[in-house]
Design a protein around this ligand. Structure first.
Ligand SMILES: Cc1cc2nc3c(=O)[nH]c(=O)nc-3n(C[C@H](O)[C@H](O)[C@H](O)COP(=O)(O)O)c2cc1C
Length: 330
C-alpha cells in the first residue's frame, strides 16, 4: 500500500500541462493538496535529456510525495526513461499517462490510445514496472474508455493491477468526450470495486461539498482535482475542513486573493521556468484571467490582465480592486 493512502484519503492535484508547474504545485501544497504529479513529460525527451523536459520535471522536497508523469508509445523506451528520471530526480513515484486525448500523442500510440489495445497496454505497463523494479512505485492515470461504445475502465484497472501498477487515477470521461459532458462517477466507482489497489477518482470536483459527496457515495481511496484548483486553489483547504468538521472556512477576501495572485507571479518569475519577467507574465496571462472567476467586474479585469507585462502592472490592478467584495459567481 502506498504510504499516502494509509489511514488517509489523499487529495491529489491533477497533472495539467502548462498549469501545474513547480510554482503552482508549491502554492497548492501550501493550501493542503496532499499528492502532486508533474505535468506529463515525454519519455523520449527524458532519454534525450533535453532542457525543457528537465524543467517540466522540477519539484521541491516540500511538494513530496510527488510523481513524475511519463507519456510515450514504447514500453521499453518508457522503462529506460523511468529509470533515468528516477536517477536524476528521485521522485516518490512514476505515473504513466494512459489518458491523454491529444491527437499528437494518440496518433503515436501514446496516452489514451492504449485503452483501445489492452494487450499493448499490458505489455507497455509491464515493461515499465519491470524496468523500475522496486526503486519506486509505478501508478497510472486513465480515462474510462476510448469512446461511449468501449467503456472498459474496470477491465483496464484489473489488467493494470496485474502488471504491478500500485494506484490508478480514473478520469470519468472517454477520450472521445475530451472535456465535454459530465464525468461518470458510476464507472469510477465500478473501477474502485474491481481492484485491490487504490483508485483515485477524478473529474468535475469543483467544491468541498462535491468532494465529500464523491468520497461518501463511492469506493474511491482518494480524489484528484484539476480545473477547479486553477481558479480556486483554496479548494484543498476548504475540502479538508469540510471533511473534518462539516464546516467551510469563510471564502478568502479579495485582498487575500490578490496577494495570492501577486505571489504566484513573483514565484513564477523566480522559478525561471518561462524566462524573463516579461515572458513569464505573458505566459501567465491566461492563468491570471482564470483567477477572476467570481471577481466583481471580471470582464474588464480579464481584459486588463490579458495585456500585463510586469508584476508592477498586476500590483496596480490589484490595488484598484482589492477593496471590492468577492461574489461567488461570475
Ligand atoms: C490544461 C490541462 C492540461 C492537462 N494536462 C494533463 C497532463 O499533463 N496529464 C494528465 O494525465 N492529465 C492532464 N489533464 C487532465 C487533468 O489531469 C484531469 O484529468 C482533468 O482536467 C479532469 O479533472 P477536473 O475535472 O478536476 O479538471 C489536463 C487537463 C487540463 C485542463
Amino acid at each position: 500500500m502506498l504510504p499516502w493512502f494509509r489511514n488517509q484519503f489523499p487529495i491529489y492535484l491533477a497533472p495539467m500541462a502548462g498549469v501545474t508547474d513547480v510554482t503552482f504545485r508549491t502554492l497548492c501544497k501550501e493550501l493542503g493538496a496532499d499528492v502532486m504529479v508533474t505535468e506529463f513529460v515525454s519519455a523520449e525527451g527524458i532519454l534525450r535529456a533535453d532542457h525543457r523536459t528537465r524543467r517540466y520535471t522540477t519539484f521541491t522536497d516540500s511538494q513530496r510525495p510527488v510523481g513524475i508523469q511519463l507519456f510515450g508509445a514504447n514500453g521499453s523506451r518508457m522503462g529506460e526513461a523511468a529509470k533515468k528520471i528516477i536517477e536524476w530526480k528521485r521522485p516518490d513515484f512514476i505515473d504513466l499517462n494512459f489518458g491523454c486525448p491529444v491527437n499528437k500523442v494518440v496518433s503515436k500510440n501514446g496516452g489514451s490510445s492504449l485503452l483501445k489495445d489492452c494487450p499493448l497496454l499490458v505489455d507497455t505497463a509491464s515493461k515499465i514496472v519491470k524496468a523500475v523494479g522496486d526503486e519506486v512505485p509505478v501508478t497510472g492515470k486513465i480515462r474510462i474508455g476510448w469512446d461511449q461504445n468501449s467503456v472498459n475502465a474496470p477491465t483496464v484497472c484489473r489488467l493494470l493491477e496485474d502488471t504491478g501498477i500500485q494506484a490508478i487515477a480514473v478520469h470519468g470521461r472517454t477520450r472521445a468526450q475530451g472535456y465535454r459532458g459530465e464525468a461518470d462517477w458510476e464507472v469510477i466507482d465500478q473501477c474502485a470495486q474491481s481492484v485491490g489497489i487504490p483508485i483515485i477518482g477524478n473529474g468535475d470536483i469543483d467544491s468541498a461539498q462535491t468532494l465529500k459527496d464523491r468520497k461518501e457515495k463511492t469506493s474511491v481511496s482518494g480524489v484528484m482535482i484539476g480545473r477547479a484548483a486553477m481558479h480556486n486553489p483554496w479548494i484543498f483547504s476548504e475540502a479538508k475542513s469540510y471533511l473534518q468538521s462539516g464546516t467551510l472556512p469563510p471564502p478568502p477576501s479579495m485582498e487575500t486573493r490578490w496577494s495570492f495572485i501577486i505571489r504566484h507571479c513573483r514565484l513564477a518569475v523566480e522559478s525561471d521556468r518561462y524566462g524573463t519577467e516579461k515572458h513569464t507574465l505573458m505566459a501567465m496571462r491566461s492563468r491570471l484571467m482564470t483567477y477572476c472567476k467570481g471577481f466583481p467586474g471580471a470582464k474588464p479585469l480579464r481584459q486588463q490582465l490579458s495585456q500585463v507585462l510586469s508584476i508592477a502592472e498586476v500590483e496596480d490592478i490589484a490595488a484598484q480592486n482589492s477593496q471590492l467584495t468577492y461574489q461567488q459567481s461570475d
